[in-house]
Design a protein around this ligand. Structure first.
Ligand SMILES: Nc1nc2[nH]cc(C(=O)O)c2c(=O)[nH]1
Ligand code: SF4
Ligand SMILES: [Mg+2]
Length: 269
């Protein structure tokens, strides 16, 4: 499997992350983080839907999914650049009573590996608030580096109709997602669950092939859930299609849940 080679160092130089698979080149200035937005809302996705959550949206994502609902965050220069100290202060300013967890989302938070670690470390180990990683899991090496700073990992599997990257790289993305799942499941102190967004063109064959590979994982018994997310307002599946996908996943995992994006239905951010 080809992987990205993150260069993490502790000096004051610039970190250059070059992704040879996707022709991606992302530069992180030392001690800086590019954030798109920060807000408190109710978690609208996944097994913890309904919990009061502080969202930190990182800028930049190279995947450009067909149905991406946060296109405004895809440019690495969207939002604003902060020093790590400024970003920590911003987090403190956004804290409210009864926040259950802080989501590190995007965009793709793994692109800014070192800044992600600095902020997640602050939240988990200084503020003692649960940390939640929302990533496309495109690079298992970066995922492995950041995992110690996260309590909850949503491992997302993209189906080919998401039209991410070039089709020739799709298998590589899938391999990285499976490896991230392995790394997360390997740590029984983490909550790991799977999210799959599907559209009206997601095929049962693809779902079956994906789930067969997922359920070969050695520590799959540590999985905390599978949520199926119907694409919203974009190639949305019909009730019949939703039920077919449900039944397919159910043949592998009985506790599957179909959870639409609650925040979209409620008109919240
Ligand atoms: N309310 C709410 N819940 C969410 N769950 C995942 C989100 C995301 O964009 O990562 C999100 C979001 O943007 N808003
Ligand atoms: S991985 Fe997420 S942020 Fe990136 S394009 Fe896809 S949906 Fe959008
Ligand atoms: Mg999202």
């Amino acid at each position: 499997m080809s992987v990205i080679n993150p260069k993490i160092n502790n000096d004051n130089s610039t970190d250059n992350y070059v992704d040879h698979n996707y022709g991606l080149s992302v530069t992180n200035k030392h001690n800086k983080v590019q954030l798109n937005e920060m807000f408190v809302s109710i978690e609208g996705e996944g097994i913890l839907a309904g919990t009061k959550t502080l969202f930190i949206r990182f800028s930049g994502c190279h995947l450009k999914c067909h149905w991406c609902d946060t296109k405004y965050s895809l440019s690495p220069t969207s939002g604003k650049s902060y020093t790590i100290s400024e970003a920590k202060y911003l987090i403190l300013q956004h804290l409210q009573p009864n926040i259950y967890k802080i989501n590190f989302t995007g965009g793709e938070p793994l692109l800014q590996t070192r800044s992600l670690i600095a902020l997640a470390d602050f939240v988990k180990n200084e503020l003692k608030i649960k940390t939640y990683l929302e990533s496309s899991c495109f690079d298992w090496k970066r995922f492995e580096l950041v995992l110690p700073y996260f309590d909850i990992c949503k491992v997302e599997f993209k189906t080919s109709d998401s039209k991410v990257i070039e089709p020739k790289s799709y298998e590589d993305l899938l391999q990285n997602e499976l490896s991230c799942l392995d790394i997360s499941l390997n740590r029984s102190d983490k909550i790991s669950f799977i999210k799959i967004v599907f559209t009206n063109s997601t095929t049962l064959n693809e779902v079956r092939d994906l789930l067969s590979r997922v359920f070969e994982r050695p520590n799959i018994s540590n999985l905390s859930g599978i949520t199926l997310q119907p694409s919203y307002q974009f190639d949305s599946p019909s009730t019949k299609q939703i039920l077919k996908i449900y039944d397919e996943v159910c043949s592998f995992y009985k506790d599957v849940r179909v959870i639409p994006q609650m925040h979209k239905l409620l008109g919240m951010s």
